[in-house]
Design a protein around this ligand. Structure first.
Ligand code: IPM
Ligand code: MN
Length: 359
């Protein structure tokens, strides 16, 4: 298979972890005879520094004309949060999601067997957890009208959802539930928010198309608690943009580190794959960032194009690294391995190299 992949490494640890993901894809290409053509482009703070825009025209055009986008991380403290509204680095990512029509962000959460004791949660809570968050990604409070009054003392962000925006992601979430354990939980604040009441109404209506899926509802505050106290109950969680962002960071506690969580953003013609974690500026250039989330995002990319066996091989490489304790410091405080060594181990595994023992 020929795949053209736009690589947007972005800021902070982005370039380091993406390099490891590229190595894994390269190894898959060699072993399974695929041609992955990578094309790098700028986004985020690095793009702002070099071009004055967090999403240069050239980057957007490249992404619109590739099969997939592999993205690292966005954000640099030097830009603060004051400029975040329309000129900060984050805006580049938000704009890219919107322009590519990536309305569904899929964040699977299944702890690795070898990491069950790394989580601060009790083993019996973590073992057997397997759910996926469908986070709406191009509407809601992230994209509603923002206002600040003239004296800078009153501000607002509009949380708006249309029936269509809810419908399209709801179908994807129900279809996923049908292939899984057939349970869908809508997380909202329908006790308070009008937009949430619309979510409930629309999702209830759509559920009649999926009679084999059990639908239930949770208020977001309760969901935040249940994700930590009883995460095994969940199969597919469907929610809006802001709740989805918050709940997925929270859910990372189950796996032991946010450094192992990948995501796929789908919807339009293009698809984008990125780690759930941020740019972790403090770790930049120190060879300590966990590359698993980026590597597993590459696996999700393969899966998306039907390369199931190849994706599985990457996943097994990560499992093997964990088994051999070839992990970064977030997973083992005594580790002697860094980003590079961990990534190298996974790509060597994919290449079936027999020198894994040296680790
Ligand atoms: C994420 C990030 C982004 C978001 C930021 C960087 C805009 O936190 O992808 O989870 O909130 O969507
Ligand atoms: Mn986030």
């Amino acid at each position: 298979m020929n795949l053209k992949v736009a690589v947007l490494s972005g800021d902070g640890i982005g370039p380091e972890v993406i390099l490891q993901a590229k190595k894994a894809l390269y190894a898959v290409g060699v072993v399974y005879e695929h041609d992955f053509i990578f094309e790098d482009a700028l986004i985020g703070a690095v793009a702002l520094d070099k071009t004055g825009s967090s999403l240069p025209e050239q980057t957007l055009n490249l992404c619109l004309n590739t099969d997939a986008v592999l993205l690292g991380a966005i954000g640099d403290p030097k830009y603060g949060v004051d400029t975040a509204s329309d000129s900060g680095p984050e805006n580049g990512l938000l704009k890219l999601r919107k322009e590519l029509g990536l309305f569904a962000n899929i964040r699977p959460l299944k702890p690795f067997k070898g990491l069950l004791d790394v989580s601060p949660l009790k083993r019996e809570i973590v073992e057997g957890v397997d759910f996926v968050i469908y986070r709406e990604l191009t509407a809601g409070i992230y994209f509603g009208e923002k206002k600040l009054n003239a004296s800078g003392t009153v501000a607002s962000d509009l949380c708006e959802y249309s029936e269509d925006e809810i419908t399209r992601i709801a179908h994807l979430a129900f279809q996923s539930a049908q292939k899984r354990r057939k349970k869908l939980t809508l997380v909202d604040m329908a006790n308070v928010l009008e937009s949430s009441r619309l979510w409930r109404k629309v999702v209830k209506k759509i559920s009649t198309d999926y009679p084999d899926v059990v639908l239930d509802f949770l208020f977001a505050d309760n969901a935040a608690k249940q994700i930590i106290s009883n995460p095994k109950q969940f199969d597919v969680i469907l929610t809006g943009n802001l709740f989805g962002d918050m709940l997925s960071d929270e859910a990372s506690v189950i796996t032991g580190s946010i450094g192992v969580l990948p995501s796929a953003s789908l919807g339009g013609k293009n698809a984008l794959f990125e780690p759930v974690h941020g740019s972790y500026p403090h770790a930049k250039g120190r060879n300590i960032a966990n590359p698993f989330a980026a590597i597993l995002s590459a696996a999700m990319l393969l899966e998306h194009f039907g390369l199931t066996e190849e994706a599985k091989k990457i996943y097994e490489g990560v499992e093997k690294a964990i088994e051999y304790n070839v992990v970064t410091i977030d997973l083992n405080s005594d580790t002697k391995f860094g980003t590079n060594e961990v990534g190298e181990f996974v790509s060597n595994f994919i290449l079936n190299k027999d020198d894994l023992m040296y680790f």
